[in-house]
Design a protein around this ligand. Sequence first.
Ligand code: SAH
Length: 202
Amino acid sequence: MKNQIERRGVSDPKVLRAVEKVPRHLFVPPGYMEYSYSDRPLPIGDGQTISQPYIVAYMTEVLEIKKWHRVLEIGTGSGYQTAVLAELSYRVYTVEIIEELQEKAKVVLDGLGYKNIEYVVGDGYEGYEQEAPYDRIILTAAPKEIPEKLLQQLAFGGKIVLPVGASYYQELVLIEKNRLGEIQIIPLMAVSFVPMVKQYQI
Ligand code: SAH
């Protein structure tokens, strides 16, 4: 799988090592195990999907995560992206709106021995104020617009990567907040993520 991802242009050795280390098959439902190392998204229940490995690697790479960074993740899902983030950072705060999905993810992540993950059941539009600001923020569900609270919870010098736009057709964008607090938005590519929902929609 490392080769598939490398061929598509992800080159940061730390990211490639992390992706290689995390056993993706543990995060996919039993019926899909045989596909777990092919580069495609797979269903994880409740209409949600585990992202395609290339996208996980690419989004992780553009964040340029350092060992001392505190990372906020919106959309735990299977927990696969969470594991990759936990490999590279100091601590991951992962927010998921569907409690059962997060419980399942936690069992797998606990089993793999990750101690630097904090689990939050809640609405990602709110971020997680208690531990803000974050050095890095990643969304793996797509809002129609950039959530204001997440911009507020980003540290100076921080970065956010997220898909933003209509349901199932979005642009992946990188947001950078400089030392003065100014925001820059850099479009990266077209993507298709599940939409981010509001609490009342589930
Ligand atoms: N990164 C995950 C992909 C998850 S799919 C993986 O690799 O498996 C997107 C996830 O975002 C789903 O689990 C969905 O339930 C969650 N989600 C959707 N809207 C949300 C919201 N408002 N707050 C938090 N999580 C949300």
